[in-house]
Write a protein that binds this ligand. Structure first.
Ligand SMILES: [Fe+2]
Length: 319
C-alpha cells in the first residue's frame, strides 16, 4: 500500500513521462515534416490580368535553387517545367551557395545550376538575375581570404566563370537591364550589395529602382520586374513595375500559412514572405509574387514550407 506522499510522487513521475513521450512524438513528427518538406517541391500557380497584354503568356520562376537537385541532374524539376511548357523560364538568383566559392577548387559547386539551366535553355528562353549569393562572390569579404588558394579575387573569378558558362549555355542574364519579350518588358533588377544588410541599416531612397536601372518603365508596355529581394516592393511599385517576382525569404524556414517565421536579415514574420501581394501606387495596382524558393542552405530545414516551382500566367483583361 502506497503512502499519500508516494502516490503523489508516482503520479508526478507518470505525468512527466507522458509529457516526455508527447514532446518526443512532436519532435519526431517535426523532423519527418522537415525531411519531407526539404525533399519535395510543389507547383504554385498565379494569374495576372492586364489590359497591356494582348495574348496569354506563361512564365516559370525558379528562385533560390542553392545547388539543390531533384532527381539525377534535376530531372524531376526539368520534367515539371516541360509539362508546364512556359514561354520562358525566369531565374530569381541564389542558384549557388556563396561560401562554397571560398573552399571549392573544382568549380563543382556550380555544376548543378549550370546543368539545370543549360538543359532548360535548350528548350526555352531563360532569363536570370543574381541573388545575394552570386552578388556576395564579388564582394571583398569573399575574396580576401580564400583557403586553399593563392592570391585574391578568387570568388570573383569563379563568379566570372559561372556567368560565362551560363551565357555559353544560352542563358540571358539581366543585370539591371531590360529586354522586350513577346510584347512585354522583362527587367532584371540587382540592387546594391548593402540592400541585403543583415543589420537592416540600408535605407533605400524612394527612387532607388530608377537610380539603379537608369531608366523608367514604358507605361504602355506590361513590365515584369525580376529581382531577388521582396523587401523593397514599395520601391518596385513606386517605379512602376506592373508585377514583380522575388524569392530570397525561403518561405521564412518555418511557415504558418502565408506567414513565415524568419527572413535572411533576421526579421521575424517578414512583411513579404511568400505568395501574392498588391500595392496601389501611381494610379494602378501592382502585383508582387514571392516564391518560397527551390532549395536551402546553412540551415537545411523547411517546416510546413515545401520548395516551390512558381508559374505566372499573364492574361489580357476580360471585357
Ligand atoms: Fe537570397
Amino acid at each position: 500500500m502506497l503512502t499519500a506522499r508516494e502516490a503523489i510522487i508516482m503520479t508526478a513521475m507518470e505525468t512527466a513521462w507522458i509529457i516526455l513521450v508527447i514532446l518526443a512524438a512532436l519532435a519526431a513528427v517535426l523532423c519527418l515534416v522537415a525531411i519531407w518538406d526539404d525533399t519535395r517541391f510543389v507547383t504554385r500557380k498565379y494569374t495576372i490580368r492586364s489590359a497591356k497584354v494582348s495574348k496569354k503568356l506563361t512564365f516559370v520562376f525558379v528562385s533560390d535553387l542553392h545547388e539543390k537537385e531533384y532527381g539525377p541532374h534535376n530531372e524531376k524539376l526539368i520534367r515539371a517545367i516541360e509539362a508546364i511548357h512556359p514561354d520562358a523560364v525566369l531565374s530569381g538568383g541564389d542558384n549557388l551557395i556563396a561560401k562554397k566559392a571560398m573552399y571549392d577548387t573544382t568549380e563543382s559547386f556550380m555544376e548543378r545550376p549550370l546543368a539545370l539551366y543549360g538543359a532548360l535553355a535548350k528548350e526555352f528562353p531563360v532569363f536570370a538575375v543574381n541573388g545575394n549569393h552570386e552578388d556576395a562572390m564579388r564582394q571583398p569579404e569573399y575574396n580576401e581570404e580564400c583557403p586553399g588558394y593563392e592570391g585574391s579575387h578568387i570568388a570573383r573569378d569563379l563568379n566570372d566563370a559561372y556567368e560565362e558558362k551560363l551565357r555559353a549555355a544560352g542563358v540571358i542574364s539581366l543585370h539591371n537591364e531590360r529586354v522586350r519579350f513577346s510584347g512585354i518588358d522583362l527587367v532584371g533588377l540587382e540592387l546594391p550589395h548593402e540592400s541585403y544588410d543583415k543589420l537592416r541599416t540600408w535605407k533605400p531612397t524612394e527612387d532607388v529602382v530608377e537610380e539603379t536601372l537608369g531608366f523608367a518603365p514604358d507605361p504602355e508596355v506590361f513590365t515584369l520586374l525580376v529581382t531577388h529581394n521582396p523587401k523593397y516592393f514599395p520601391q518596385y511599385a513606386h517605379w512602376g513595375a506592373d508585377a514583380s517576382l522575388c524569392g530570397h525569404i525561403h518561405g521564412g524556414i518555418v511557415r504558418f500559412g502565408r506567414h513565415g517565421l524568419l527572413s535572411p536579415d533576421y526579421t521575424f514574420f517578414p512583411t513579404y514572405c511568400c505568395g501574392e501581394y498588391h500595392l496601389y501606387a501611381g494610379g494602378f495596382d501592382h502585383t508582387l509574387i514571392v516564391s518560397c524558393g527551390m532549395g536551402t542552405h546553412t540551415v537545411p530545414v523547411r517546416i510546413g514550407n515545401p520548395a516551390e516551382l512558381v508559374t505566372i500566367t499573364i492574361l489580357p483583361e476580360e471585357n
